[in-house]
Design a protein around this ligand. Structure first.
Ligand SMILES: Cc1cc2nc3c(=O)[nH]c(=O)nc-3n(C[C@H](O)[C@H](O)[C@H](O)COP(=O)(O)OP(=O)(O)OC[C@H]3O[C@@H](n4cnc5c(N)ncnc54)[C@H](O)[C@@H]3O)c2cc1C
Length: 392
């Protein structure tokens, strides 16, 4: 891994300063406070401002925004992170856009893409169902053809951001008799279609997600992405993106793994706790030890690439959050926010979720065991008792 510091040219440093000034103007304390309160991880005004300045187009590599080479893209991403720009709904939108460009009809692209660039159209992910999300291909939400339309019935769990989005990237089952990977068809369903009902759901860390019900939802065939029953091939790109199975870049100008964003928030919390507990560290060797161990674990997790990084970051957050709360004492439980004590309590509540969304820790551990270490498929059934084994 390359840990070298990148020296900025004068014009790149100027670019970074302009970016920081833009973010300081638009990502106000009020934006951050509102985001914590709503749990939306999205801010309409800020999103519109980024669209108007061409940042959304630039990120998608489409015309109309500032030119971003790899270094400037990195500077932009890091500045956004430092400024705490809410990221989830733009993140899901950016994941789905390539599927619309690669698999949507020209008509659908013309309907959707200009709105994505001007900030009025956002896209969310409708994969998980109430019966389970780890096995994405097992889908019960049905789409049945009726002339030039499709009729959709079913329910999706955890459709994060649906209440701020215009369309959902929806997995449907169009052939229940077929093997599961050949039964799927993808749609971009307008969320204002009659029969769509969005119900809010708050998670333990205060984030907002949704359950979305689909009752006789009729959508024209133009909202289909890709071929009927070949949805798996449409889904693979976005799934890989979300799982973070993309290789690290040799120039070091991108995150080495997904969840780095969460990892850097964790690093900030460790720093703040260290600052607040400085007096205690001097007197109490166990507090110093627990903080030191937390710092070391965070550093190791942030350096782990690919799927390993994802597992290391989510596991580390679970491991260190209780230590940070102990070190800080009762103030750790105070409400968090821009003026909050150190966000250790927030980290504690956030940690379980980071090991669930986009695929659980257990599933990724199995993927590493199977695909990287070659340990074969896990067998979860009860092992058969050996003949002649003693009872008891
Ligand atoms: C905050 C949040 C936001 C989310 N946002 C979205 C979203 O926008 N869109 C969306 O579609 N989904 C979203 N999800 C859903 C998320 O992707 C699923 O929760 C996740 O994939 C796990 O599915 P599940 O919760 O149904 O658990 P299940 O799949 O039912 O799993 C239950 C338990 O069994 C274990 N398990 C399951 N399969 C295996 C296996 N093969 N090997 C070992 N253990 C296994 C799991 O680890 C887990 O402990 C979100 C979830 C959260 C918490």
């Amino acid at each position: 891994m390359n840990f070298e510091r990148v020296e900025l040219s004068e014009s790149d440093a100027e670019f970074r300063d302009e970016v920081d000034a833009f973010l300081a103007e638009h990502v106000t304390d009020e934006v951050r406070r509102r985001d914590r309160e709503t749990g939306d991880n999205f801010d309409e005004g800020l999103h519109q401002a980024m669209a108007a300045a061409g940042w959304l187009a630039a990120e998608l590599g489409m015309p109309g925004g500032p030119e971003l080479d790899r270094l400037r893209r990195r500077l932009w991403d890091l500045s956004k992170r430092r400024a705490e720009v809410p990221w989830v709904t733009w993140g899901t939108t950016a994941i789905v856009v390539p599927s619309v460009r690669n698999h949507g009809s020209r008509e659908l692209q013309e309907e959707v893409l200009p709105g994505v660039l001007d900030g009025s159209v956002r896209l969310c992910l409708g994969y998980t169902e109430p019966d389970g999300g780890s096995d994405v291909a097992t889908c019960r939400t049905r789409a049945v053809r009726a002339g030039d339309e499709w009729v959709i019935n079913g329910a999706k769990m955890f459709t994060t951001g649906a209440h701020n989005c215009r369309y959902v990237f929806l997995i449907t089952n169009t052939d229940p008799e077929a093997p599961k990977h050949k039964s799927l068809t993808m749609f971009l369903v307008p969320l204002d279609t009659p029969g769509v009902e969005i119900q809010g759901l708050r998670t333990v860390d205060g984030d907002r997600t949704n359950i979305v019900y689909y009752s006789d939802v009729r959508v024209p065939d133009r909202y289909r992405l890709g071929e009927v029953n070949q949805g798996w091939s449409v889904l693979l790109g976005p799934l890989n993106e979300e799982h973070g199975v993309v290789g690290a870049a040799a120039d070091g100008l991108q995150d080495v793994s997904i969840l780095t964003h969460q990892g850097l928030t964790m690093a900030t919390v460790v720093d703040r706790v260290s600052g607040l507990a400085a007096g205690r560290i001097a007197e109490d060797r166990s507090a110093a030890y627990r903080l030191g161990r937390s710092v070391a674990k965070v550093e190791a997790a942030l350096s782990a690439p690919h799927m390993f990084g994802r597992v290391a970051l989510a596991q580390t957050m679970r491991d260190i959050a209780p230590d940070l709360m102990d070190v800080l004492g009762p103030t750790a439980a105070l409400p968090s926010g821009p003026d909050g004590p150190a966000d250790a309590g927030y980290l504690y509540r956030w940690a379980p979720l980071c090991g669930i969304y986009g695929g659980t820790l257990e599933v990724f551990r199995n993927m590493i065991a199977q695909h990287v270490l070659g340990l074969g498929r896990p067998a979860y059934g009860r092992s058969k008792p050996k003949v002649g084994a003693a009872a008891g």
